[in-house]
Structures are given as structure tokens and as C-alpha cells.
Design a binder for this molecule. Sequence first.
Ligand code: FES
Length: 89
Amino acid sequence: MSKEQSIQVKQYEEMYSIQPVKGQSLLASAFEQEVPLDFKCQKGNCTRCRVELLNGNDLVNNPTPKEHEKLEEELEQGYRLACQTVPLK
Ligand code: FES
């Protein structure tokens, strides 16, 4: 993946840019990169890390069972849990 390609997410009407790291959750990458995403459990339970994924859908894993359980139809609207979303490339 080229270094320039970042993933844009929106949380609480704020846009953030995260440099994806293969195999590491978007939340963990955001944390390392000092992107101030809200989060709590890091396990897919609290939904505090819910973000709208604005691009990069083709770079990340499919929604996890936790995300299906917590987000339901919001998944189709482009929402993900940042702690469950992992770049695969
Ligand atoms: S931090 Fe709780 S669901 Fe992601």
C-alpha cells in the first residue's frame, strides 16, 4: 500500500484521517497517530468507537460478528467499529 493512502473516517461530525497499518485495528492506528477517536472497550461491545468509513472499504476486513450485532443496518450505511476494523492490505 502506498504511504499516501489514508482512510478517512467521521465520528461525531468530525473528520479524521488515519494511516492504515496492515493487521492493526483502525482504532489502534488512530491512537498511535494521535487521532482523537472516542473509544472505550476495544472489544466491539461499547460502540463508542463507531465511525463512518468514508473511503478504504476495499482495504479492510469484512464486518465482524460483533459489528453485525451492534451496528445492524448501519453497516450498510458505511458505519464500522474502529476497534473491529482491520486493514488487510
Ligand atoms: S471501543 Fe468499544 S466497540 Fe470499539
